[in-house]
Design a protein around this ligand. Structure first.
Ligand SMILES: *[C@@H]1O[C@H](CO)[C@@H](O)[C@H](O)[C@H]1NC(C)=O
Ligand SMILES: *[C@@H]1O[C@H](CO)[C@@H](O)[C@H](O)[C@H]1NC(C)=O
Ligand SMILES: *[C@@H]1O[C@H](CO)[C@@H](O)[C@H](O)[C@H]1NC(C)=O
Ligand SMILES: *[C@@H]1O[C@H](CO)[C@@H](O)[C@H](O)[C@H]1NC(C)=O
Ligand SMILES: *[C@@H]1O[C@H](CO)[C@@H](O)[C@H](O)[C@H]1NC(C)=O
Ligand SMILES: *[C@@H]1O[C@H](CO)[C@@H](O)[C@H](O)[C@H]1NC(C)=O
Ligand SMILES: *[C@@H]1O[C@H](CO)[C@@H](O)[C@H](O)[C@H]1NC(C)=O
Ligand SMILES: *[C@@H]1O[C@H](CO)[C@@H](O)[C@H](O)[C@H]1NC(C)=O
Ligand SMILES: *[C@@H]1O[C@H](CO)[C@@H](O)[C@H](O)[C@H]1NC(C)=O
Ligand SMILES: *[C@@H]1O[C@H](CO)[C@@H](O)[C@H](O)[C@H]1NC(C)=O
Ligand SMILES: *[C@@H]1O[C@H](CO)[C@@H](O)[C@H](O)[C@H]1NC(C)=O
Length: 736
């Protein structure tokens, strides 16, 4: 039988057969180089159970291309090896390479990836997509004006594979956790942070280490990665046993970076709105928190605290003494402060000329270099891909804010290419015209070829600033301060930073949709995540609908990695005409009616009780990359087939619930006027049952057993449906 299979394999007749009775011991462990006409392919062991593939045309990869991979990786073999290889093959060549339990086999020039099972057999994960008549699996188009090219890489997939991750699609109708069947545009804008990394239910993770714009296509039989412009196609693949998504995350974050532990104050309650627009308002706000005895840990000042875009300093007319303000906020509440910065620079800014003369602004292929317009002026982006620009930016931020006691920065609108709205000229109220996006050019390359790295390098500017000014506590491997960002790229989890889901709409269905966005981001290696409690746009605080929506959203927010209230509220108070977008509508715990205030206070108090647990989850994330917000398939795909089937079809019953760490199941209410809710309690794995775990109702400690069923529970507005495992005292002590 073994001999027969080997014969079939050598004849290439094994296709479609998933498991090979082939012993794996004899595979080579050194890298492979393929010289295939004008194409060169380097295949190397990298990280734990990982293989890295790099391909370029006409010339070798330089090895210095933009990369989100850490070399050497934090764990596993293969670091610092450059382009080294031990096996060299040519056109239609054969070779194989094994690293840990991952094997790549090159057969007649075609790559296939298999997992070595514990019994020594091989399970095919994916291979380059070939057919008698098909586009080549590695397909290129070149303009010959530059070394760059467009690339389309195709891999096999099966119709019932499930695909998870791909970053964040957060506004507002994409309710998928399983991305099979979808096309994901690799282009950033407000709420859209697509990342070319995904996990397959076959037990592998694939990451395209290319910051190019392009597409991921997940069709029935073929998965395709499209890069609009690249000088190297660089991808990394890793495997783990079926259902072991934590290991995939551990291995992936070992090659792209681990989240440093955020400072404890960010785990408390964060108060923000569009917008506090002068110093008195902020001090009054802190006084009110103090008087009401409501805990607050971070108070945020939004955009247009500056006079001109690109000033990166307060408008002194409204913010005469920020140091005194920050000190008073601290004295009254103990809270830290955060301030917004935008990447846009207008020509009236004090910094414009210095940036322009220094070549520190992004430019365009033609014309004067304008990327966008906002608030009635044309703007250009600071080129944070240039180290000199990062230094310039940080110096201004330090002088204006950091050195005055405002230590945390909100990186808004820095999605790259433009100010990150779907179309340009968003400030001009003509945003449905079909503009082409600006052909933005940076120090590191074009928006097309490198633009997905722009927000990442913007994050890096702040991160470097923090590290240069204040050494983080090496014992905790933590952060002293944080940035909040609207966008990022693969590996963004290595920064003292958290992502939020951008400008969402204030609706119940969007509240639920946030769960699918969150767990997809988590499955992309990014657990340092939050959202605008209440949604960003359209919440009228004077309506019953708006008030109810806010409280339901806040209830979910209590159980997120960060609890952050923000939004552009609607009310009867007119905006202040003396400033741009000076919305006066309140958005504080006491702004939603007296009855709701009591409920909101309870949730905020509960959040502070949960801080030790959440902190523990961040420590676990730091150590092993273990996701904090967990889609149900992470923990239950082996013990509960209903979870697998419901995830396949993106059934809302299952995909709108999540685990917060290993012990808490959250099932947010997303229906107006609901009084009860159906909750799916997944069947617990045997090992958990052996620990005497059972689903226990958070609010009244009723035992619901070991799951595998839908239960209907009361869901009054002050009791979000939540279940826990084990002892509540252990959870509150962070002892998990
Ligand atoms: C791997 O292949 C190279 C080149 O053919 C050979 O020199 C080396 O001995 C092989 N290593 C193993 C472990 O088979
Ligand atoms: C793996 O590679 C070897 C030699 O390179 C080849 O003979 C064999 O058919 C391949 N097996 C599979 C399963 O692709
Ligand atoms: C080896 O293990 C795999 C995965 O568990 C299984 O599918 C396969 O049937 C096993 N093969 C043999 C020969 O036992
Ligand atoms: C600050 O804002 C308040 C409105 O909340 C307004 O009454 C006050 O005049 C403003 N102060 C300054 C200096 O603009
Ligand atoms: C941090 O310090 C290094 C070394 O002095 C410097 O090169 C870099 O520009 C600094 N980064 C920022 C953002 O200021
Ligand atoms: C930051 O500001 C402080 C206080 O003005 C100053 O001492 C320090 O040198 C500044 N650091 C940088 C990197 O600009
Ligand atoms: C406020 O937070 C502190 C910890 O920072 C906690 O001890 C206290 O119980 C909290 N108060 C309320 C009302 O939640
Ligand atoms: C899950 O789906 C498979 C395939 O459709 C089916 O055979 C199985 O019975 C389903 N299981 C459950 C628990 O629904
Ligand atoms: C919710 O209740 C309010 C007050 O009774 C009512 O006006 C509204 O129509 C209800 N909404 C829905 C969707 O039932
Ligand atoms: C198991 O859990 C049940 C219900 O939570 C509890 O009553 C019982 O004491 C536990 N048994 C052990 C051995 O801990
Ligand atoms: C606890 O809450 C559940 C869900 O709302 C409810 O069905 C049950 O009756 C409650 N049990 C007690 C003892 O109050």
């Amino acid at each position: 039988m073994l001999r027969l299979l080997l014969v079939l394999a050598s004849l290439g007749l094994w296709k479609g057969c998933d498991v090979f009775a082939v012993r794996a011991q004899n595979f080579n462990t050194t890298g492979i180089r393929i010289q295939n006409g004008f194409e060169r392919v380097y295949i190397q062991p990298f990280g734990t159970n990982g293989i890295r593939v790099r391909a370029s045309l006409l010339r070798d990869p330089t090895g210095t291309e933009l990369s989100a991979l850490l070399d050497p990786p934090l764990e596993g073999p293969g670091g610092d090896q450059g382009l080294s290889y031990g096996q060299s093959i040519g056109y239609l060549g054969n070779a194989a390479l094994q690293n840990g339990n991952l094997v790549v086999n090159v057969t007649n020039g075609v790559l296939s990836f298999s997992r070595v099972e514990s019994n020594g057999s091989l399970s095919l994960l994916t291979s380059e997509y070939t057919d008698d008549k098909a586009l080549p699996a590695r397909y290129y188009r070149q303009e010959f004006r530059s070394p760059s090219f467009a690339a389309e890489y195709s891999f096999t997939s099966d119709p019932d594979d499930q695909i998870y991750g791909t970053g964040q699609q957060a506004c507002c109708t994409d309710n998928t956790v399983n991305k099979k069947g979808q096309v994901v545009d690799l282009i950033n804008f407000n709420s859209q942070v697509p990342i070319p990394v995904f996990m397959s239910s076959k037990g592998f993770l694939q990451f395209f280490n290319v910051p190019s714009q392009g597409r991921l296509e997940f069709s029935a039989y073929r998965t395709r990665f499209v890069a609009s412009e690249a000088t190297v196609v660089d991808y990394w693949i890793t495997t783990a046993s079926l259902g072991d998504y934590d290991s995939l995350q551990e291995q992936y974050t070992a090659v792209t970076g681990r989240q440093p532990v955020p400072p404890e104050f960010t785990l408390g309650y964060q108060q923000s709105k569009l917008r506090y627009y002068n110093e008195t308002q902020v001090i009054d706000l802190a006084q009110r928190f103090h008087d009401e005895q409501v805990n607050v840990s971070l108070i945020v000042v939004d955009f247009f605290n500056w006079q001109y875009q690109g000033d990166w300093s307060f408008n002194t007319e409204f913010w005469p003494d920020p140091a005194a303000m920050a000190a008073q906020v601290k004295a009254l509440t103990g809270a830290e402060m955060m301030v917004s910065l935008w990447p846009s620079v207008e020509d009236l800014s004090v910094n414009y000329l210095a940036l322009q003369e220094g070549g520190l602004l992004a430019t365009t292929r033609d014309g004067p270099g304008i990327q966008d317009s906002f608030a009635g002026v044309y703007t250009r982006l600071v080129d944070s891909t240039n180290p000199a620009a990062r230094e310039f930016l940080w110096k201004r931020l330090n002088d204006s804010y950091f050195s005055k006691g405002i230590h945390n920065f909100w990186i808004d609108q820095a999605d790259g290419g433009t100010l990150g709205e779907p179309f340009e000229n968003n400030g001009q109220n003509i945003n449905s015209l079909p503009y082409a996006r600006a052909f933005t050019q940076y120090f590191i390359g074009t928006q097309e070829g490198a633009g997905k790295m722009y927000p990442w390098l913007h994050q890096q500017a702040i991160d470097e600033g923090f590290r240069n000014l204040s050494e983080p506590d090496p014992a905790s491997n933590g952060c002293n301060y944080m940035s909040l960002t609207r966008s990022t790229f693969a590996g963004g989890q290595r920064f003292c930073s958290y992502l939020w889901s951008g400008d969402t709409s204030s609706r119940f269905d969007v509240l639920l949709q946030q769960v699918t966005a969150a767990v997809s981001v988590a499955a992309s290696g990014l657990s340092s995540w939050t959202l605008d409690i209440g949604g960003f746009t359209g919440l009228n605080i004077d309506t019953a609908y708006g008030q109810q929506l806010f409280v339901r959203w806040l209830a979910m927010g209590t159980f997120l990695p960060y609890m952050r209230v923000h939004g552009d509220r609607v009310c009867n108070i007119p905006a202040d005409s003396r400033q741009y977008l000076a919305n006066n509508c309140p958005n504080e715990p006491w702004s939603y009616g007296a009855e709701n205030f009591e409920i909101i206070k309870q949730y905020i108090a509960l959040r502070y009780q949960l801080v030790p647990y959440v902190k523990k989850l961040f420590q676990m994330l730091h150590e092993t990359g273990r996701s904090i917000m967990r889609p149900l398939y992470y923990d239950f795909s082996l013990s509960d087939e209903t979870v697998v089937n419901a995830t396949a079809t993106n059934n809302p019953l299952v995909v709108h619930q999540f685990m917060l760490g290993p012990r808490i199941l959250v099932s947010p209410v997303g229906v107006e006027n609901a009084t009860t809710k159906d909750v799916y309690l997944p069947r617990l794995p045997e090992a958990w049952i052996a620990q005497n775990f059972s689903w226990t109702h958070w609010w009244n400690d009723t035992n619901y057993g070991q799951g595998g069923e839908t239960v209907n529970v009361y869901a009054p507005i002050d009791q979000i449906p939540v279940f826990y495992l084990g002892e509540k005292a252990d959870i509150l002590a962070g002892n998990v």
